[in-house]
Design a protein around this ligand. Structure first.
Ligand code: SAM
Length: 352
């Protein structure tokens, strides 16, 4: 099932002395993309993610999140995505978005603002969409795993959740947040009957729907190779109903393979880490809600950045620590290989 890994590093051909300051790993991959989990609490218990049995970690305080983000932006981070757990549960969210939204790209001559995005389950989004936009949120991805109420409840284990998510999507559109994407993790036997309905949803609501292959990152023991609905299967199903054509990536290091419809209305993305891994151009690092640095979703250990800060570490010390950890970033994940081990934390405690 495991596909061939791509191995072309991104950004390695960009010349310049300042470029030497840029964070890179030992394979030459430039690290430009940071995911910050701002809490590992969540109001859903999605079957592919969280059973709620593992105790949570404590959230890093506001000032420390902002300090780390500042530091990482000075090392070349250009995109920050706030995630969790459920980021909308964080009380000081608007202040955080405001503080992070004003950071500028270090390596861009025009000092453009960084790209600030969020991934949310959307349950609490309706009243927050407009304030988030005003605070500086540029893009949003909303998780919605089915278009049918019963199937959504079977996955989130929260009755009536689809109504809230749909209200959240509408509010984000009304607030004028651009590039709204809907994430759907496909699980065979749960929601794989909805692939075609999602294509219709994308077209009807003018949103980008992204199907994600199920990865073994859940708290419980649900993942089985047979449950993964692969890229090829998804595309074949869509092509029975629509003439889909591939679209160019919008950014270097983009994880989704994009497909358009003949009339240009709607868009489907397929994120296929299991059948078509994209580790070769991975530009990502993650900070967990308790301030641990992770270099891969599947890392067997994480690195206590917040511990260094709490012990009075200076920015120079943090800089050196981050460089050392990033240098050792894993070459790739090993899903589907013999001896594969689940990571040291599950998705909800890492930040997806
Ligand atoms: N609570 C927010 C949400 O639901 O979008 C943010 C956190 S969630 C961990 C981030 C993303 O990870 C979601 O789109 C979710 O569907 C995805 N995800 C979680 N567990 C996954 C798994 N085992 N395999 C693939 N994607 C997963």
């Amino acid at each position: 099932m495991l596909g061939k890994q791509t191995s072309q590093p991104v950004g390695s051909s960009v010349p310049g002395i300042r470029e030497q300051k840029r964070l890179r790993d030992k394979f030459g991959r430039a690290i430009t993309d940071l995911r910050i989990s701002i809490t590992d609490r969540c109001n859903y218990r999605c079957v592919y993610c969280r059973d709620g049995e593992t105790p949570g970690y404590s959230d890093m305080p506001f000032a420390d999140v902002v300090r780390l983000a500042n530091l990482l932006v000075s090392l070349g981070i250009e995109k920050i995505r706030l995630t969790g757990g459920e980021p909308l549960l964080r009380r000081d969210l608007l202040e955080l978005v405001h503080a992070l939204g004003s950071l500028k790209k270090e390596f861009s001559p025009q000092a453009e603002p960084i790209d600030l995005a969020m991934t949310t389950n959307g349950h609490l989004l309706a009243p927050l969409a407009q304030p988030l936009r005003e605070a500086g949120l540029q893009r949003i991805t909303i998780s919605m795993d089915a278009v049918d109420d019963e199937t959504v409840t079977r996955i989130t284990r929260v009755p009536g959740s689809l109504r809230h998510v749909r209200e959240g999507i509408r509010a984000a559109q009304q607030a004028g947040i651009e590039g709204i994407k809907i994430n759907c993790v496909l699980l065979r036997g749960f929601n794989d009957h909805e692939i075609e309905s999602f294509a219709a949803f994308s077209r009807e609501h003018n949103v980008i729907v992204r199907f994600i292959e199920f990865m073994p990152l859940e708290e419980g023991r649900v993942w089985q190779p047979e449950m993964v609905v692969t890229h090829d299967e998804i595309l074949a199903r869509l092509q029975k109903v629509h003439a889909m054509h591939p679209l160019e990536p919008t950014a270097t290091g983009e994880t989704a393979l994009r497909y358009g419809f003949a009339d240009g209305i709607g868009e489907i993305g397929i994120i296929a880490p299991v059948s078509r891994p994209f580790c070769g151009h991975c530009s990502r690092i993650r900070i967990t809600s308790d301030g641990k640095l992770r270099t891969c979703l599947f890392s067997q250990s994480d690195h206590d950045l917040y511990g260094v800060m709490r012990r009075g570490g200076t920015n120079e010390e943090l800089d050196a620590y981050i460089r050392k950890i990033v240098h050792g970033k894993e070459e790739r994940h090993h899903i589907g290989e013999e001896g594969f081990q689940k990571p040291s934390r599950s998705m909800v405690h890492i930040g997806g």
